[in-house]
Design a protein around this ligand. Structure first.
Ligand SMILES: Nc1ncnc2c1ncn2[C@@H]1O[C@H](COP(=O)(O)OP(=O)(O)OP(=O)(O)O)[C@@H](O)[C@H]1O
Length: 262
């Protein structure tokens, strides 16, 4: 984290468990503490079941913690999200409405924000052009490839003007060539928009490419290790090897099953 940037997200001693049908408790998040600076790109890697998706739900105010707290811009997350569109999430699957065109799918988030129809359709088309889908603004999801549908999702996330984007395995379902292009386009757009993003990924190489810092989680979610990724490290094989080995080491000592490397 750059010390000059203000803290955007602060997670402090967060705890979350679930009671299962058999009455047993599953601990998803255990005493998790970390900060994310404004305009920082943080990649989270860790074993399956480590509470990464539950953490994203808590960041979106969809689930509440049992203990500890999450603040964004210094205010409780519940207050931060009251103004719609400040955080967007991109999932692994596209979650587009099949009966709506790409433009209407992207415009949906703007409709929720109360943007008038003509303006939201124009902004939706602008964002579809920005993600390379200019000729497909009226296409239905069924008429698009997986990569194009995920581009539509990315356009939908950016269109609402979020301060933070949460990427939940957003590129995992795509073939590697499509994923490479989308990661690169996503990173360029995030830089242009001067925003903060967190990505949960099982791909160590993706974490190195997109993250300016990588958090290694243990299960239940807790911070086991963090690594700063120097500028340009993903283009330098020696840096990539060093960071990859460090992550693998910390995942192996954190217990349970390890993430898979790309
Ligand atoms: N609604 C729920 N009810 C009960 N248990 C839950 C619920 N949601 C999550 N859990 C449990 O919390 C733990 C963390 O789940 P979570 O989905 O956050 O893991 P994850 O790190 O995202 O996993 P993966 O990498 O496999 O996607 C798991 O043990 C899961 O079974």
């Amino acid at each position: 984290m750059t010390t000059s940037s203000p803290v955007k997200i602060r997670v402090e001693k967060a705890r979350k468990s679930f009671i299962q049908k058999n009455g047993g408790a599953v601990e998803a998040i255990r005493e998790l503490t970390f900060d994310v600076a404004d305009n920082e790109y943080v990649a989270i890697v860790g074993p399956t079941g480590a509470g990464k998706s539950v953490l994203f739900d808590c960041l979106l105010g969809l689930k509440s913690l049992d203990g500890g707290r999450i603040t964004i811009d210094g205010e409780p997350v519940e207050k931060f999200i009251r103004k719609k569109g400040r955080i967007a999430r991109i999932f692994q699957e596209d979650r587009l409405l099949p009966w709506l065109s790409a433009t209407d799918n992207v415009a949906l988030g703007l409709q929720i924000q109360g943007v008038p129809e003509a303006e939201r359709r124009e902004r939706a088309r602008e964002w579809l052009r920005a993600v390379g889908l200019g000729p497909f603004t009226e296409a239905l999801p069924s008429e698009m490839s997986g990569g194009m549908r995920q581009r539509t999702n990315i356009a939908r996330a950016f269109a609402t003007g979020p301060e933070i984007i949460l990427l939940d395995e957003a590129f995992s379902a795509l073939d590697e060539i499509t994923a490479m292009r989308l990661r690169s386009d996503f990173r360029a757009l995030a830089r242009r928009q001067k925003m903060t993003f967190l990505i949960v990924t099982h791909s160590i190489d993706e974490a190195i490419y997109l993250g300016t810092r990588i958090l290694v989680f243990g299960a239940p979610a807790r911070l086991v290790h963090q690594i700063e990724v120097p500028e340009g490290a993903s283009d330098n094989p020696a840096d990539v090897d060093r960071i990859r080995s460090e992550i693998r080491h910390w995942i192996s000592v954190s217990g349970r099953d390890a993430s898979t490397a790309a």
